[in-house]
Design a protein around this ligand. Structure first.
Ligand SMILES: N[C@@H](CCC(=O)N[C@@H](CS)C(=O)NCC(=O)O)C(=O)O
Length: 215
């Protein structure tokens, strides 16, 4: 069985959502790495980046990087249609936006738990986090201006890109700001939030608690 180092309300939730849709059973090692040193140390024994999601495959291979994990899961289960196949005309855009979310947006979150990680003095931490949020909102807006969603981001079928954007857009600067920055994608993430196949899953792993969308 696959072992997943993950955490509620983290990027691992996108991977867990994909495994849920694919009917893949996994053993979860829970730990909020961004606030819990013990959780960082635990996952650090297999992933020196000390981050979730980290997967240990039945072969013993370690798999990290949310975008790569999502693409790999989708490609390993082609009948489920969670990614355009390599020969599909939408494949290029699929890879483009999976990589963009990982690099332009998700990677910035590493700064936020402790802006001293990029050398910012304590009196500037709030300003740094605000600037990170501004940049994330800008990157969502740029993506929104370049993508022409149907029911889902790449057309009429849900792909792992939809799961990825639905989850990462719940992080700061939170959904209200995402809706304003990315009105076209806003409709898609609301559809993914409401997917009946994931209703119980969202409740457990990224609950829509009061105020979850932010101001
Ligand atoms: N490049 C990694 C980033 C993963 C990541 O940033 N995970 C966060 C949780 S959402 C984490 O574990 N942070 C730990 C830390 O900040 O030290 C990926 O795409 O999977």
């Amino acid at each position: 069985m696959i072992t997943l180092y993950g955490a509620a309300a983290s990027g691992s939730v996108a991977v867990e959502a994909a495994m849920t849709l694919l009917g893949i059973r996994y053993r979860l090692v829970e730990g909020a790495t961004w606030i819990d040193e013990e959780a960082r140390q635990r996952v650090g024994t297999t992933n020196p980046m000390r981050q979730v999601p980290t997967l240990i495959l039945p072969s013993g291979d370690v798999m990290t990087e949310s975008a790569a994990i999502l693409v790999w899961l989708a490609d390993s289960h082609p009948d489920a249609g969670l990614a355009p196949a390599p020969a599909d005309a939408r494949r290029g855009q699929f890879l483009r936006w999976m990589t963009y979310v990982a690099t332009a947006i998700y990677a910035l979150h590493w700064i936020k738990p402790d802006p001293a990680r990029i050398g910012a003095p304590p009196d500037l931490h709030v300003r740094v986090v605000d600037a990170v949020h501004d940049r994330i909102a800008e990157c969502w807006a740029i993506m929104d201006g370049q993508i022409n969603p149907g029911r889902y981001l790449l057309g009429e079928r849900l792909t792992v890109l939809d799961l990825y954007v639905a989850v990462v857009s719940r992080f700061g600067p939170w959904r209200q700001r995402f809706y304003a920055a990315a009105p076209a994608m806003a409709q898609v993430v609301r559809r993914v939030d409401a997917d009946p196949r994931l209703a119980d899953f969202w409740k457990r792993r990224f609950p829509f608690a009061a105020g979850w969308e932010g101001d």
